[in-house]
Design a protein around this ligand. Sequence first.
Ligand code: UDP
Ligand code: MG
Length: 323
Amino acid sequence: MRRNTLTIVVPCYNEQEVLPETVKELGIILTKMQDENKVSEKSKLLFVNDGSHDETWKLISKYTKEYSYVTGVKFSRNYGHQNALLAGMSTCVDYSDMIITIDADLQDDVNAIPEMVDSYLNGYDVVYGVRNSRATDTFFKRRTALAFYGLMKRLGVHLIPDSADYRLLSKRATRALLRFQERNLFLRGMVPLVGYKSTKVYYARKERYAGTSKYPLGKMLHFALDGITSFSIAPIHLIMYLGIITVIISFICMIYTLVEKISGHVVSGWSSLMISIWLLGGIQLISISVIGEYVGKIFSEVKRRPRFTIETDTYTKKMEDQE
Ligand code: UDP
Ligand code: MG
């Protein structure tokens, strides 16, 4: 029987503290699966260095020389987590039957990998890693994550709750995903749109093994906003409703003002004027910013800029040598 080739894609941005442990743990899992004849000897770890400023690439290069199953791709600069995942997948898809993406910080339990591979062997094209608890998250992150998934659901975006970018995709699912042309990537929203038979594997999410989070609050918020505006135009509809309500209220005000005037009361008018100016100004500003967000999105999409630039690729070289 022909054995399946697995590539594990690991995006890395300033991960020098955790990388030695990541290589060790993923290496153990991979070689074990090779020994059990579950995956082929061509299976690889593919580290994508996303423009790190520390020794990350030096380490990846060192391990590439040391271990036959370690390979790396180096970006010309920092392009972000989602682009790093995409670059990893597009680099290895021709040589791989299945691709697993996992963070470098060992928060995702590597022991779920053989289970994901089993699901693939049982005929699934997409296997989502779903965390069974958020015990290691802060209270704030738990609440905001819950609110975010709730909001996305109401906006009609299909997401798998508590799943992030730890998942397995078959070759054909990856090819389908790579045909999505958008620059503003929100992979966890895009993968369900690919279709195919999918399943979930549950795992416990741990604390980051070492180093600090590369997703500070600001970046996280930006990512969430991207997720909403890349997948739904509901906020624009909301503005329309808001506008309609405002117009209705202003009609009521108009009638009231006229009645007051006809009945001869002197309208001093200052407070009502101030309130309406502020209220309307606020609504207009919010509305413009929402529309601006979409216009900005269109702007960045029509430019069709490359989503990443690869400076060095030791993956393709190793695979070609192995052919
Ligand atoms: N990452 C990346 N580019 C970036 C930011 C993050 O490749 O610009 C990688 C990072 O190295 C890690 C993964 O994305 O492997 C997830 O980041 P992190 O663990 O810091 O996020 P958190 O788990 O705190 O949400
Ligand atoms: Mg993390």
